[in-house]
Design a protein. Structure first.
Length: 377
């Protein structure tokens, strides 16, 4: 007779596990659609020139959701006190504005050590601060927030494709008032700004940046580390970006180090080491940018099942921002799986492959940015 799988945090599991959603997925039932829907957020165009009212072939619906991990016990708290950005710091003000995106149904009030950005154009980014820095009194969230802040500034001053022009009005394109930056360019420029920012003494994070051209429907992406992105098309996973690691549980990462730091901390990578990807998007494609808090706890098949159930559950609700609903439910389900010790998680399987023993999910921050592609007819 098989022994019962242990549940070392059973009391917290009862507090944090979203029972209705978890049971809906495992029982293949449609989740409750009673969450407060936010109005659809569409980014139909990126205006960098005179002609701004042109009809775009694609509209891009955006969703963002996040949940910082709970501190389970005193042993998981930083050994040294960490210091965050001051309230009037430009990065803190920018960060706080984006945190208002959160669906108030979720318990978390921060993204933990993760952060993200969304700009018109469309450019999306996500970063996961490396938690080991807290042992040296460094807040891991500072680097990820700063990287996303500076990356978003460069993304905002560029476009994902060619600027708008009306061929009927002439054969020459209007003068460009910005520049075309690839995801690697945005990552590189943002990283250089972090290196030059004296308020960021040290730290490191992963990075994933995706550009979507609303004119052509083309997606360009760059991923460094174990943050990642995937594309869902119809009832299958069209693309799943593979994580980059130096070794088990040690991702590739952009870093800023002090000269006095120990040699074993000198794992540094460059934006040009990022894996790149491009594809032509289609109507109803779903794009998911996520930190490894999702991939460590939720299998790809479960993500597909959740997307299918939510489509059925929202089919009779016109005007629903499906991208936001999907992001919220992915975070909710991932948190539930973190505390589901009767479920074999992707992280448990990966640990076994490396000769480590781990039971159940991996408790971590989880941040997700989603995009739904809507083709104008």
């Amino acid at each position: 007779m098989a022994s019962k799988r242990p549940a070392p945090f059973a009391d917290l599991r009862l507090t944090y596990r979203p029972n209705q959603l978890y049971q809906s997925i495992t029982a293949n039932r449609i989740p409750s659609a009673s969450v407060p829907w936010s109005p659809p957020l569409f980014f139909p165009a990126h205006s960098r020139c005179a002609h701004t009212a042109l009809r775009r072939p694609y509209k891009i619906e955006i969703g963002v959701s996040f949940a910082g991990k709970p501190a389970l016990d005193a042993q998981q708290l930083p050994k040294k006190k960490t210091i965050a950005f001051s309230r009037d710091h430009p990065i803190a003000q920018w960060r706080n504005g984006l945190l208002k995106w959160e669906n108030k149904k979720l318990r978390s009030v921060s993204a933990g050590e993760d952060f993200f950005y969304v700009t018109q154009g469309v450019s999306l980014g996500i970063a996961d601060g490396v938690g080991g820095w807290s042992e040296d009194g460094v807040d891991p969230s500072l680097f990820s927030q700063a990287l996303m802040y500076y990356a978003s500034k460069h993304a905002s001053s560029s476009w994902a494709g060619e600027p708008d022009f009306d061929p009927i009005e002439g054969t020459s394109k209007p003068e460009k008032s910005g520049q075309s930056l690839s995801p690697v360019d945005i990552m590189s420029l943002g990283y250089e700004d972090v290196l030059n920012d004296p308020s960021i003494e040290c730290g490191s994070s992963t990075a994933c940046i995706v550009n979507i051209d609303a004119q052509s429907g083309k997606l360009l992406a760059a991923n460094l580390g174990d943050s990642s992105f995937s594309i869902l098309r119809s009832s299958s996973i069209f693309h799943e970006q593979k994580p980059q690691t130096h070794y088990f549980n040690c991702p590739r990462q952009l870093a800023k180090l002090l000269p006095t730091q120990r040699p074993h901390l000198r794992i540094t990578d460059r934006p040009e080491h990022a894996d790149t990807f491009s594809t032509q998007l289609r109507h109803e494609d779903l794009i998911i940018l996520s930190v490894h808090g999702l991939g460590d706890n939720v299998h790809p098949g479960e993500i597909l099942a959740l997307a299918s159930l939510l489509r059925r559950g929202t089919a009779d609700q016109p005007g629903v921002n499906f991208a936001q609903v999907f992001a919220d439910k992915l975070v909710e389900y991932a948190v539930g799986c973190m505390f589901a010790y009767d479920k074999i998680s992707p992280f448990e399987l990966a640990a076994q492959d490396e000769g480590f023993k781990h039971v159940g999910g991996k408790i971590d921050d989880v941040t997700i940015v989603t995009a739904r592609i809507v083709e104008n007819i």
